[in-house]
Write a protein that binds this ligand. Structure first.
Ligand SMILES: [Mg+2]
Length: 145
C-alpha cells in the first residue's frame, strides 16, 4: 500500500501549554484527510508513554489513524532522526506492505535552517503560538500532492 508520512512535532504545532488545541487538531485532520497521510511522532513527546497516549486519544477522538510510529533518538538533530526512521522503515519486513511515496515534517523549530539540503520540499514550519493554521494546511497539501 502506498502511503504518505507526516513527521509531527507537538509543542507549538498541536499543543500549547501542555494542552492539545482543538482547532489545530481539526486542521491536522484536514491535511490527513485530503492527502491520506499517516503520522509519525518526531516530538519529544514520543519518549513518554503517557504523552503518546494523549496524542493517540486526541487522534482517536477526531478520527485520525493511530500513529505509524515515532522516531528514535539516534543522530545529532531532529533531521537525522527523521532520516534514520525513513531508512529503518525501508528495511522492516513487518511493514513490507507499506511504501512511502511522500513525506513532510511539521515543526515550529526551523528544520530547514538546520539542514536545508535534506529538508527541501519536505518541511512546513509553524509559529509556536499559532500551531497548524490554514496556511499550514495549504503548504502541507501542496508538498504532499
Ligand atoms: Mg515544537
Amino acid at each position: 500500500m502506498e502511503t504518505k508520512i507526516i513527521f509531527l512535532d507537538i509543542d507549538g504545532v498541536l499543543c500549547f501549554r501542555k494542552e492539545i488545541d482543538q482547532k489545530c487538531l481539526e486542521n491536522l485532520k484536514t491535511i490527513v484527510d485530503v492527502t491520506s497521510t499517516r503520522i509519525v511522532l518526531s516530538s519529544s513527546w514520543r519518549f513518554f508513554p503517557k504523552s503518546r497516549a494523549k496524542v493517540e486519544s486526541s487522534f482517536k477522538q477526531i478520527g485520525i489513524d493511530p500513529l505509524l510510529g515515532w522516531t528514535s533518538s539516534r543522530g545529532k538533530t531532529r533531521v537525522d532522526e527523521i532520516y534514520h526512521w525513513l531508512k529503518d522503515f525501508d528495511n522492516k519486513t513487518i511493514h513490507e506492505d507499506i511504501f512511502i511515496t511522500k513525506w513532510i515534517a511539521i515543526d515550529d523549530m526551523d528544520l530547514f535552517k538546520l539542514d536545508a539540503k535534506r529538508m527541501q520540499d519536505h518541511f512546513v514550519m509553524t509559529m509556536p503560538l499559532n500551531g497548524i493554521t490554514e496556511e499550514t494546511i495549504k503548504e502541507a497539501i501542496m508538498l504532499l500532492s
